[in-house]
Design a binder for this molecule. Structure first.
Ligand SMILES: Nc1nc2c(ncn2[C@@H]2O[C@H](COP(=O)(O)OP(=O)(O)OP(=O)(O)O)[C@@H](O)[C@H]2O)c(=O)[nH]1
Length: 505
């Protein structure tokens, strides 16, 4: 998968999850407890409001002297309205908010009007309670000594004015109108005129009656107006309106959630399909991977086999090359280069052990004649036979090398004495002289051998090249001395004593 494609897939997955989260969030159920709480609050508020109205009415008609009853429901009403305001968040749209604001305003207005009502009603009630017994008392007074002191006409006039006042005041209290008020004012004027004929004590009582009558004239219409204003606040209707708005809002929210639930269901189906698709693709990919793996394994195994075969071939070739590099192609003996290395190692060992290394250089005698007489094929057979025979007589740790043509070198290690070297030289001569026939042709060959040796550290220090050169020179001396024998180099060294110079056998 390319990086760009991977990014696109990740973004798509995030989007799918976000949409799922959004839909899930929109489908979470409405808090039914909260909904019930709103309903109960509204019901309680309606009940409190109705009770409040009853208390106002009782105060108005004088059944209840306790104005505290009018203020008692207020804290709870405030609590309920606050709680309703907090629940507005659960609704959608402005309707419930608007209804709540209307109710809140209506309740505040009603509260303000009730305060006004309480102030006026206290005065009014006191006046209405005061007047009937006061008038009765005054009339009794008029029938007593006070009445005897003033003319009877005046007493009668005041008495009838008081009767009229009481009747009109009670009527006005029930149904206040301007005509009634004017009549009362006229009656009050009459009473005031009569007052001067009576004692100051009666005059004072008359003044108090007039004051109460004026209070009724003033506060009764005011209280009626307040009552009308309280009625206009229409808190009951506002509560019902808010209740309907909440119901509708909750219904709307439920309907909306139902719609989102349908979407969520459909969306989950889509996600499921996508998941199934992805899973199938994954399975297919795994299958393909399995097949590819098997193929890869098979080709790996084939490759391993081929590598192993190739390695074996290379090792064989390398061994062959090494053989070619270190050995003579005709006889299979080690060649000059490898002999030099073997000789160097032998010298190191001799130096360390204090032993003697012997180099015997030999060249065939009469070999050219074989070649010239019977051809190179026969010459080759002779060379091989020389190699085989001499090799057979040597120890395993000794080496026989062919330098080229009919020249050979024998390398001996741990030679105890000069006599030992002589025995090997003689054995070699015997083996070579023992070759009398090759490819059915009679041959007559021998060898000229030159021997040199190095003993211990000092001898080894002379080096391989010097030792070979000494042996070569000794071999020439043998040739010059008549061939078919061996000579020791004057530099040859032995464990017991240095070799006497140029001894010919
Ligand atoms: N068959 C064969 N002959 C070789 C090979 N290499 C060299 N020769 C021949 O070996 C002969 C060696 O010559 P010489 O050593 O002079 O021959 P010789 O008869 O032994 O003479 P002296 O060494 O003087 O005794 C030559 O004729 C070379 O051509 C080879 O690999 N095979």
């Amino acid at each position: 998968m390319t990086p760009r494609r991977r990014t696109a897939v990740i973004v798509l997955l995030i989007l799918l999850v976000l949409v799922l989260g959004f839909l899930f969030n929109r489908t979470t159920a409405v808090d039914l407890d909260a909904q019930n709480r709103v309903t109960l609050n509204l019901r309680e508020l309606a009940k409190l409001d109705a009770g409040w109205n009853v208390n106002i009415l009782r105060a108005r008609i004088g059944l209840d002297n306790d104005y505290q009853a009018l203020a008692r429901p207020l804290p709870r009403i405030h609590q309920l309205t606050d709680s309703l305001r907090d629940s507005l968040g659960m609704t959608r749209g402005p309707t419930a908010t608007q209804a709540y604001q209307q109710l809140s305003a209506a309740l505040s207005e009603k509260e303000r009007l009730v305060e006004q009502f309480k102030a006026g009603n206290a005065v009014l009630r006191e006046a209405l309670v005061y007047m009937p017994p006061a008038i009765t008392d005054l009339k009794t007074e008029l029938n007593g000594i006070e009445g005897a002191l003033v003319p009877a006409r005046t007493v009668l006039a005041l008495d009838s004015a008081l009767n009229a006042l009481l009747t009109d005041i009670l009527r006005f209290n029930l149904s206040p109108d301007v005509a009634q008020a004017n009549r009362i004012e006229t009656t009050l004027g009459t009473i005031l005129i009569q007052k001067s004929a009576f004692s100051p004590a009666v005059g004072e009582r008359i003044d108090q009656l007039i004051g109460r009558a004026r209070a009724v004239l003033r506060y009764r219409p005011l209280e009626n107006a307040i009552e009308i204003a309280i009625g206009r606040t229409a808190t009951t209707e506002a509560i019902e309106r808010l209740s309907r708005a909440y119901d509708k809002a909750f219904d709307d929210v439920q309907a909306q959630k139902q719609r989102y639930r349908t979407w969520l269901f459909a969306y989950s189906g889509l996600l499921l399909l996508l998941l199934i698709g992805a899973a199938r693709r994954l399975v297919r990919t795994y299958r393909l991977l399995g097949v590819a793996n098997k193929r890869l394994q098979a080709s790996n195994e084939t490759l391993e086999v081929r590598v192993a075969e190739r390695t074996a071939e290379l090792e064989a070739q390398s061994a062959k090359l090494e053989q070619l590099a270190h050995h003579d192609g005709l006889t299979g003996l080690v060649n000059y280069g490898y002999l030099t290395r073997l000789l160097e190692h032998a010298l190191v060992r001799a130096s360390r052990r204090g032993s003697t290394v012997v180099v015997m250089f030999f060249d065939l005698d009469g070999f050219k004649a074989v070649n010239d007489t019977y051809g190179h094929g026969t010459g080759d057979l002779v060379l091989k036979e020389v190699a085989r025979r001499v090799q057979d007589k040597l120890r395993k740790e000794d080496s026989l090398a062919r330098l080229g043509g009919d020249e050979f070198v024998i390398l001996l290690e741990e030679v105890v004495s000069r006599e030992g070297a002589m025995r090997v030289a003689q054995l070699t001569l015997d083996q070579i002289c023992g070759i009398t026939e090759a490819a059915g042709h009679a041959v007559n060959i021998s060898a000229s051998i030159g021997i040199s040796s190095a003993h211990g550290r000092a001898g080894a220090a002379r080096g391989a090249a010097a030792l070979l050169a000494e042996a070569d020179q000794a071999m020439y001396r043998t040739k010059q001395a008549g061939k078919a024998g061996f000579s020791f180099s004057p530099q040859a060294q032995w464990a017991a004593a240095p070799e006497p110079a140029n001894t010919l056998q």
